[in-house]
Design a protein around this ligand. Structure first.
Ligand code: NAP
Length: 248
């Protein structure tokens, strides 16, 4: 699909990669409806982008948002399913000094599953239902997974959500193919955004030493992959790793 023919929802568009995708899509002539839990962050996006607060983990809010976005844009034929959070921690850990055994709080598990998996799934459900009701097709979905989907220490909750999102990209590509709707996913490696800014320099240096491309990624690297998924009508069902070679 051509970018200037897209009527596209971008979630988590207030900052980081989502803000970059929304801005690039707008510059390319797409109609964009931006969603984020942080209304103040949405206000920083370029004029001409439709925007509204949304918590993707709340079913009723997602239903309302998608209906509103399709109305505001005069249709809906694409979703960049990007909103995500971290609540990193080991599932079980023994404190070296005190010997105390600590467990991941169930609230940390539920928060990450709620946004990164339930929220992303609700977005797909409502966007595709809207496409079918409106006969807005062809359509395309780009899910933002992660290379953590292969398994990563300290990220049980995040890994579970991102692996499920990649697996269901296959499910949804198969389910929606009869309607002319593609489902794709990108799995970024380590990307410079507010989400990753807290990392200390030693950990950062160790990580970069393991990246064949020799640097941490930037949102533009992932935009190029999102753009490919949107534009290439033969891209379907796959999760594309874009990580500078980190997960090799
Ligand atoms: P980010 O800088 O933290 O941006 C994520 C945005 O999503 C924030 O504006 C955040 O709002 C918003 N958000 C959080 N919870 C939400 C909710 N319930 N409903 C709607 N919006 C919500 O993250 P990023 O690094 O750009 O990551 C974007 C996506 O890429 C995420 O799915 C992430 O898991 C994935 N990813 C990132 C990396 C990386 O290295 N950065 C690597 C692999 C995959 P608040 O600021 O208010 O929380």
């Amino acid at each position: 699909m051509k970018l200037d023919q897209l009527k596209v929802i971008v979630t988590g568009a207030g900052r980081g990669m989502g803000a970059h995708f929304a801005t690039r899509l707008h510059e390319a002539g797409a109609r964009v409806a931006a969603a984020d839990i942080d209304e103040a962050a949405l206000a920083q996006l370029p004029a001409g982008i439709d925007r509204r607060r949304l918590d993707v983990s709340k079913e009723a809010d997602v239903v309302d948002f998608v209906r509103w976005a399709a109305g505001a844009m005069g249709g809906l034929n694409a979703l960049v399913n990007n909103a995500g959070i971290l609540r990193d921690g080991l599932l079980v850990k023994r404190d070296k000094k005190t010997g105390e055994v600590k467990k991941m709080p169930i609230s940390d598990w539920e928060a990450v599953i709620g946004v990164n998996l339930t929220g992303a799934t609700l977005m797909v459900r409502e966007v595709v239902a809207n496409m079918l009701e409106r006969e807005d097709r062809p359509g395309v979905i780009v899910n933002i997974s992660s290379i953590s989907r292969h398994g990563n220490r300290g990220q049980s909750n995040y890994v579970a959500a991102k692996a499920a999102l990649a697996a269901n990209t296959v499910t949804w590509a198969r389910e929606f193919a009869p309607y002319g709707i593609r489902a794709t996913a990108i799995a970024p490696g380590m990307i410079e955004t507010p989400m990753t800014q807290g990392m200390n320099q030693a950990a950062r240096d160790a990580l970069v030493a393991n990246i064949p491309s020799g640097r941490i990624g930037v949102p533009e690297d992932i935009w190029q992959a999102v753009r490919f998924c949107l534009e290439c009508d033969y891209a379907n069902a796959r999760t594309y790793d874009v990580d500078g070679g980190l997960s090799m």
